[in-house]
Design a protein around this ligand. Structure first.
Ligand SMILES: Cc1cc2nc3c(=O)[nH]c(=O)nc-3n(C[C@H](O)[C@H](O)[C@H](O)COP(=O)(O)OP(=O)(O)OC[C@H]3O[C@@H](n4cnc5c(N)ncnc54)[C@H](O)[C@@H]3O)c2cc1C
Length: 429
C-alpha cells in the first residue's frame, strides 16, 4: 500500500513537489535502486553523474521515509565511530583513526558541493552547539575539542562555558557546550528532492508509488512492483527501516525506532533571534537526547524523547512539549503547528551496514539516527561499489555486524529495554 507524505513542517514547505510516474511495464537499466530517501537518491545522483543508467523505485514519494522526517542536522558525529576504528584497526592498522575522522566530514563536503552545483534551495546553514546536560558531560566536549584542534579544526570549534551558554541560547539548561562551525542544518526534503531532480536531469529514471514486492537475483536482477518490473545488472536496497525485503538475509540486523519531531507556529523573528541568536542547530549530550533548531521561517523545530518500541507515538507534540518548554521557558504554551514521527534504523554496534545479499544485490542501511551526512557518504561508497571499486565498500562489508537471533518484535522489546538501561545509566554519568 502506498502512502502520501506525512503532515510535517518539511512537507508543508516543499519548493518543488515531485510527480514521478508509477512504474508500469518493463524497463532495463544498469542499476536499480530500491528506496528514494537520501541513501537511494545520493547513490543514484552519483551514478547518473558518471553516465550510468539508473532507476529509483520508491514505494511512496521521494523523501517519504526518515529523510523527510528528521531534524535536518548534518553532524560530524558519525554513529559507531569508536567501534568502527576498533574493527578497522584489524584491516588498515594505524590508518583507521584518520580514515574514520575524514569520513565524518565527507558527507558535509558532498552536500555542500551538490547544493552549490545544482543550486538546491534547502535553507543550508552552518553551526551546531553540542550542549552538556550535566557538568560531567563537559569532559566529552573537551575531548572532542582537543581531537578537532589536533586535526586542524581549531578555527571551527569553540568550547563554551556554563556562563557562556547565554550568548548562544536563552535557556536555563546546560553546563556548557561545544560549538562546531563546520556542522550544518537544512531542509531535508528540499535537499533530497533537489538531488532527485539533479539525478533526473542527468538521465536517471524515477518512479513513485511503486512498491517493490519481489526481487529475483541471478545473473541479472529483476525488481518487481505491482504493475511493472525493472531488469538491471545490479540492484541496491536502500529502504532502511521501512522495507521488509530480503528478510532471510537481513533479519535481526536493523531495528526500526520511532522518533518524534514537531514545529511550533512561526515565532516573531525578534523572539527567534533572542532564543537562538546565532541560528544554531542544537543537540544535548544525553544518550536519549533532545535536538532542535530554528527553521527558515522562524519556527522552533524540536525533536527527541524516542520511542524505541518501534511503534509510532500518537501524541508527539504532547510528549515533546514538556522538554521544549523546559528548554525555552519563554515558549510556554506556544502552539505546535506540526507534529510527526519517523523510523530510524538502529544498529546494535551503531556501525552502518553495507553488504551484498547476492553477487548483484547490494544493501546499505542503519545510521542509528545520524543519517543525513552518513547517507551521502554511503551513497558515494555504494556508487563506487556497483562500478566495481570495492575497497571502501569491503572495509564496511567486512566489519562484524551484530545479528540478534530474534524476530523484529522481540528485537524491538530488547531495544526498548536497552534504552531504559541507558536512561538509568544517565543518572550515573
Ligand atoms: C525523527 C527523526 C529525526 C532524525 N534526525 C536526524 C538528524 O537531525 N540528523 C541526522 O543525521 N539524521 C537524523 N535522522 C536519521 C536520518 O533521517 C536517516 O538516517 C536517513 O534519512 C536515512 O535515509 P535512507 O534513505 O537510508 O532511509 P529513508 O529515508 O527511510 O528511505 C527509505 C525509503 O525506502 C522506501 N521503501 C521502503 N520499502 C520499499 C519497497 N519495498 N519498495 C520501494 N521503496 C521502499 C520508503 O518509502 C522510503 O522512502 C533522523 C531520523 C528520524 C526518524
Amino acid at each position: 500500500m502506498s502512502l502520501p507524505r506525512c503532515p510535517s513542517y518539511y512537507n508543508a514547505t516543499i519548493k518543488h513537489e515531485t510527480h514521478y510516474p508509477q512504474l508500469e511495464g518493463e524497463l532495463e537499466v544498469d542499476v536499480v535502486i530500491i528506496g528514494g530517501g537520501f541513501t537511494g537518491v545520493a547513490t543514484a545522483l552519483e551514478l547518473s553523474e558518471q553516465g550510468i543508467s539508473v532507476a529509483i523505485v520508491e514505494a511512496n514519494k521521494i523523501a517519504w521515509g526518515a529523510t523527510g522526517r528528521n531534524g535536518g542536522q548534518v553532524t560530524g558525529s558519525l554513529s559507531g565511530d569508536k567501534a568502527m576504528v576498533k574493527q578497522l584497526q584489524n584491516s588498515i592498522g594505524i590508518e583507521a583513526e584518520q580514515f574514520v575522522w575524514d569520513l565524518r566530514w565527507r558527507g558535509h563536503e558532498i552536500i555542500k558541493q551538490r547544493v552549490a552545483k545544482y543550486g538546491i534551495d534547502c535553507d543550508l546553514k552552518y553551526g551546531h552547539l553540542h550542549t552538556a546536560y550535566k557538568p560531567a558531560h563537559m569532559a566529552e566536549m573537551l575531548a572532542t575539542f582537543d581531537e578537532g584542534a589536533r586535526r586542524g579544526m581549531a578555527d571551527e570549534l569553540i568550547l563554551v562555558s556554563k556562563a557562556g551558554i547565554s550568548d548562544y541560547l536563552d535557556t536555563p539548561l546546560y553546563h556548557g557546550g561545544l560549538l562546531n562551525k563546520r556542522n550544518m542544518h537544512l531542509h531535508s526534503v528540499n535537499l533530497c528532492i533537489g538531488e532527485a531532480r539533479a539525478a533526473e536531469a542527468n538521465g536517471a529514471k524515477i518512479f513513485e508509488y511503486s512498491q517493490v514486492i519481489d526481487i529475483q537475483d541471478g545473473e541479472q536482477v529483476v525488481v518487481k512492483t505491482p504493475k511493472g518490473q525493472i531488469t538491471a545488472k545490479t540492484a541496491v536496497l536502500a529502504g532502511n527501516a521501512y522495507h521488509k525485503l530480503a528478510r532471510n538475509k537481513l533479519s535481526g540486523l536493523l531495528f526500526p525506532a520511532s522518533l518524534g519531531n514537531c514545529a511550533t507556529v512561526r515565532l516573531d523573528p525578534a523572539l527567534a533571534k533572542q532564543l537562538n541568536p546565532h541560528d544554531l542547530a542544537v543537540y544535548d549530550s544525553r544518550f536519549v537526547l533532545d535536538y532542535y533548531r530554528m527553521t527558515a521561517d522562524h519556527r522552533l523545530m524540536f525533536g527527541g524523547g524516542t520511542n524505541y518500541s518501534g511503534r509510532d507515538s500518537k501524541h508527539v507534540a504532547d510528549e515533546l512539549r514538556p522538554a521544549l518548554e523546559r528548554t525555552f521557558p519563554k515558549l510556554k504554551g506556544i502552539e505546535i503547528e506540526f507534529e510527526w514521527t519517523g523510523m530510524a534504523g538502529i544498529v546494535v554496534n551503531r556501525i552502518p551496514q553495507l553488504g551484498k545479499i547476492s553477487p548483484n544485490l547490494f544493501y546499505c542501511q542503519g545510521y542509528s539516527g545520524h543519517g543525513v551526512a552518513t547517507s551521502h557518504i554511503m551513497g558515494e561508497i555504494m556508487a563506487q561499489a556497483v562500478r566495481g571499486q570495492l575497497e571502501e565498500f569491503d572495509l564496511f562489508a567486512n566489519m562484524k555486524q551484530i545479528r540478534l537471533p530474534v524476530g523484529e518484535w522481540l528485537g524491538k522489546q530488547g531495544m526498548a529495554l536497552g534504552m531504559l538501561y541507558y536512561r538509568m545509566m544517565e543518572h550515573f554519568r
